[in-house]
Design a protein around this ligand. Sequence first.
Ligand code: HEM
Length: 143
Amino acid sequence: MSPEPSATLVRRHLKVGWTSLLLFMLLGLVLEGLHAFKVGLYLDGDLEARRLMWTLSHAHGDLLGLIHLAFAAHLSRLNLSERESEATSSLLLAATVLLPGGFFAGGLVVHGGDPGAGVLLAPVGALALIAATAICTRASWRQ
Ligand code: HEM
């Protein structure tokens, strides 16, 4: 017998949420190490853009991990249709790759004070996150 669709979604978002938290907290630890050992490729004055991009990647990856866990915890009470649940799930997954991934990619190669082209993925991820949040907001007012 196949599990309830919502049970499958809850499991998916628990896995993705905890995994994102683990990965992006580890990135925070790496950033701490770069500070501790005064690593030039992170701290040099002309690489300010890299430091900003990787800090934003760390912070947004952590926060998205928490959002996945909140979605998993509240899915059964949100009164979403199956189509809305699936759409929200896909949008959250896309945001988790594109938003912190875009910031991280933007910091890999920087051009003076500007981040690399990878940062263009971040606003696409932001739109996906806003769309997922809008679906949940609408459902929460409907109950
Ligand atoms: C093991 C856990 C964590 C470690 C080791 C860690 C480490 C760090 C480090 C070293 C920075 C500064 C980076 C820099 O400025 O060069 C930072 C910034 C930040 N972290 Fe974390 N972090 C952790 C967990 C979290 C979590 C769970 C969140 C959010 C839910 C978070 C949110 C932020 C934010 C918003 C900033 C930017 C602060 C600012 O620049 O004003 N961090 N973290």
